[in-house]
Design a protein around this ligand. Structure first.
Ligand code: GLP
Length: 240
């Protein structure tokens, strides 16, 4: 059963999760963080800035959930660039210890296996930050994704491309494919922290937490995990 914490706003959620991450890093300097992109985790990264100022982060590792396929890594909306800008630089993490799945077309056939091997070699993810898509996706595991899936290439749904079009000049610029950690990969992390803010996430969050465990709503996979913390504002928690 997940622990559900309802907070006043996203900033309060950010502070709460950041405090937990700082505790973790202080007790375990080689902590492995699972990093999410999208707008949801940004308050966590913001709250971490002042909190990590005096903390040794030189051994912290991080693995992003997903990446677009075929996007130039230097494109400002590649998840590699986003993680660099929002996480690595402001938190002074070692860029060599932070990975995103390789979405370049060169070697895409083994990029998933390579990523899985890197996560395993790092000892697995200690704390995985998650957002949830309006259709219930986590990472880029769209409805229909297998609960056993590992990092692999997927096709983005029209809904997700539309949701993410705000980050690009035009919807046609949103890549068609992504490489994402699978639900099986995510379930191996030792602690899942799912954040959700705003009324637009209420249905997906209720389905993930209280609906049937079903591939139709990938977020429901978290019901299979023994250590889940959900942090939501009242609007996102309205249907629980
Ligand atoms: C994106 C990301 C997910 C994220 C979700 C929600 O497509 N791949 O990791 O959780 O959509 O995005 P947002 O947090 O901006 O609502």
């Amino acid at each position: 059963m997940a622990e559900v914490i309802i907070v006043a706003d996203a900033a309060a959620a950010g502070a709460l999760v950041a405090d937990e991450i700082v505790r973790l890093i202080r007790s375990r300097p080689d902590t492995v963080l699972g990093l999410a992109t999208g707008s949801t985790p940004l308050p966590v990264y913001e709250a971490l800035r002042p909190r990590l100022a005096g903390v040794d982060v030189s051994r912290v590792r991080g693995f992003a959930l997903d990446e677009y396929v075929g996007i130039d890594p230097a494109h400002p909306e590649s998840y590699r660039a986003v993680i660099g800008r929002e996480v690595v630089e402001p938190l002074r993490l070692d860029p060599d210890r932070i990975r995103t799945p390789d979405g370049s077309l060169d070697g895409i056939e083994h990029a998933g296996d390579d990523y899985e091997a890197a996560i395993t070699a790092a000892g697995g993810v200690d704390l995985q930050i998650l957002g949830i898509g309006t259709d219930g996706h986590i990472g880029f595991n769209e409805p229909g994704s297998s609960f056993a899936s590992l990092t692999r290439v997927k096709t983005l749904t029209a809904q997700t491309r539309q949701d993410n079009a705000r980050f690009f000049d035009a919807i046609d610029d949103v890549p068609m494919h992504c490489i994402t950690q699978g639900l099986g990969t995510i379930l191996r992390a030792r602690h899942l922290v799912l954040l959700a803010f705003g009324a637009g996430k209420a249905e997906a969050l209720a389905g993930a937490l209280e609906g049937p465990v079903s591939a139709a709503l990938p977020g429901s996979a978290i019901q299979l995990h023994p250590h889940v913390t959900v942090v939501a504002d009242e609007a996102a928690a309205a249907e629980l």
